[in-house]
Ligand binder design. Structure first.
Ligand SMILES: NC(=O)N[C@@H](CC(=O)O)C(=O)O
Ligand SMILES: [Zn+2]
Ligand SMILES: [Zn+2]
Length: 425
């Protein structure tokens, strides 16, 4: 195995030092390290972070390999500074059996660019009627611990309760897409002033908040772990704050786009801004930012949702919801939070790794730790060109925007997946 000496780098914002990587682990951290055999990577002006971990990624394989594959999504992730991603179950076939989750897990290993941890479906075919084989997925080679019907809400409260109870046996977690389906029939965007003006059917904040309120009560009742996907409203933050104060075992994520964009984007009628849950108001954005800093929202997760051109470049009502996220998440976080490196490491690496139980991830570079890390140039600014993205899809809401920060290098167990800002494999 090769060795790398990252010289003069700031580890999570601290004073510059050297980091020596050897045999897949961090061998030493300190000023003036000497390692003649090592390849030198000049870290001057760069910040080293523990490799980012995404708890919510759609890789589309199996089934929609035209929109993304495990390999192309893994490359996008590495370029975004990620060393591990959790792959959502809404594929075709659905990842609701040990066979499918093992297939995704193996494809991730073969691509070798990030660790791909499959998420299993909660219900058979995401249909919300019968529990999937949660135990078999947990026991499989993929060792699934997170289960989600993401894209759909586990709306039946009895089924949700049983799922929460079932996964307790192996310290599993149910990640809920909180959307009361009866309140969002035909919904196209956030229900509010803009939807009224545009005449588009609204997706009210209460459709999210009502499910989160119900689920934290269910999780409390059975003592299980609940994770709330893509929290998007100020009201949801308040429900979560109260639940956490009572000691409910709940964690929550916010996406980069919900931290930056508002429902005013719908005025363009450009379906690139159509997403579930929808972009909300400026007041919601402010509440989400504050909750993320405070820790009421635990992590940033991308909800990277690639879609083929024909599914996105059509009339708003017919377009699929979802936007790309992996290659821009760190830049958005830097834009929103500023250079608060410890906070960024906490919300984008350490805590998601802990929630997902991903061993060897989310650890700051220190002697003996697996060398999963990323190097960020905080001074760089880059203009997002959709055609230049590694994702197979082009549905980024940040096209032609100039964003701060650039990923210079990413290391997975001591081997570079990205160097000089380019994918190595
Ligand atoms: N976020 C989205 O708008 N779409 C996601 C599903 C989801 O995360 O709910 C997708 O799979 O495309
Ligand atoms: Zn969702
Ligand atoms: Zn999703």
């Amino acid at each position: 195995m090769s060795s790398y000496l990252i010289s003069n780098v700031s580890v999570v914002g601290a004073a510059p030092t050297d980091v020596l990587i050897r045999d897949g682990v961090v061998a030493a951290v300190g000023a003036g390290l000497d390692a003649p055999e090592a390849t030198v990577v000049d870290g001057t002006g760069l910040v080293a972070l523990p490799g980012l971990v995404d708890l919510h990624t759609h890789l589309r394989e199996p089934g929609r390999e035209d929109a993304e594959t495990v390999e192309s999504g893994s490359r996008a992730a590495a370029l975004g500074g990620y060393t591990a991603v959790c792959a959502m179950a809404n594929t075709s076939p659905v990842a609701d059996t040990a066979g499918v989750v093992e297939q995704v897990w193996r494809l991730g290993r073969e691509a070798g660019l990030v660790d791909v941890q499959p998420i299993g479906a909660v219900t058979v075919g995401l249909a919300g009627e019968h529990l999937a084989e949660l135990g078999a997925m947990a026991d499989s080679a993929a060792r699934v611990r997170i289960f989600s019907d993401d894209g759909h809400c586990v709306a039946d409260p009895r089924l949700m309760r049983r799922a929460l109870e079932y996964v307790k046996a192996f310290d599993g977690i149910i990640a809920q897409h909180a959307e009361e389906p009866r309140l969002t029939e035909g919904a196209q965007m956030h229900e509010g002033e803009v939807s009224t003006r545009l005449g588009l059917t609204g997706w009210p904040a209460v459709a999210e908040e009502a499910i989160i309120a119900r689920d934290v009560l269910l999780a409390e009742h059975v003592g299980s772990r609940l994770h709330v996907c893509h929290v998007s409203t100020a009201g949801s933050v308040e429900v979560l704050r109260q639940a956490k104060a009572r000691g409910v075992r709940v964690t929550a994520e916010v996406t980069p786009h919900h931290l930056l964009l508002t429902d005013a984007r719908a005025e363009t009628y450009d379906p690139v801004y159509k997403v579930n849950p929808p972009l909300r108001t400026a007041a919601d954005v402010a509440a989400l930012r504050a909750a993320l800093v405070e820790g009421v929202i635990d992590i940033v997760a991308t909800d990277h949702a690639p879609h083929a051109v024909e599914d996105k470049e059509c009339e708003w009502a017919y377009a699929r919801p979802g936007m790309l996220g992996l290659e821009t998440a760190l830049s958005i976080a830097l834009d929103v939070l500023g250079p608060q490196w410890d906070l960024i490491a906490e919300r984008m690496s350490r805590t998601p790794a802990r929630i997902a139980g991903l061993e060897g991830h989310g650890l700051d570079p220190a002697p003996g730790v697996p060398a999963n890390l990323t190097l960020v140039d905080p001074a760089a600014r880059r203009t997002i060109e959709p055609a230049e993205l590694a994702s197979r899809s082009r549905n980024t809401p940040y096209a032609r925007m100039t964003l701060p920060g650039r990923i210079v290098a990413t290391f997975l167990r001591g081997e570079p997946t990205v160097l000089d800002g380019k994918a190595v494999l």
